[in-house]
Design a protein around this ligand. Structure first.
Ligand code: SF4
Ligand code: SF4
Length: 82
């Protein structure tokens, strides 16, 4: 069964500046996702970036991401979905 990783985007407002969960995860389960369309000649607004669990099979449920998040934005649980 895959773990269920939930990120509260209302709490994780600046993942580009923070990124602590991305760095602490020993198996690179988490990734940055951009919900803006490709934009040429200008920078993408940082608010379009989100943290998401991508490689769920690699998650060992170590909870390091939950512990390191300064905003309490991450929940990791064992269950269906993702
Ligand atoms: S629980 Fe551990 S392995 Fe799973 S996403 Fe968080 S830091 Fe990575
Ligand atoms: S540690 Fe928390 S606040 Fe920082 S990028 Fe990850 S989810 Fe967002």
């Amino acid at each position: 069964m895959l773990p269920r990783i939930t990120i509260d985007d209302a709490k994780c407002k600046v993942p580009l500046d923070c990124g602590k969960c991305l760095r602490v995860c020993p198996t690179q389960v988490l990734n940055l996702y951009c919900n803006a369309p490709p934009q040429k000649f200008r920078e993408i607004d940082p608010s379009h970036y989100r943290v998401r669990g991508v490689h769920l099979l690699a998650c060992s449920l170590c909870m390091e991401c939950v512990k390191v998040c300064p905003e309490g934005a991450i929940q990791v649980a064992f269950g269906e979905g993702g």
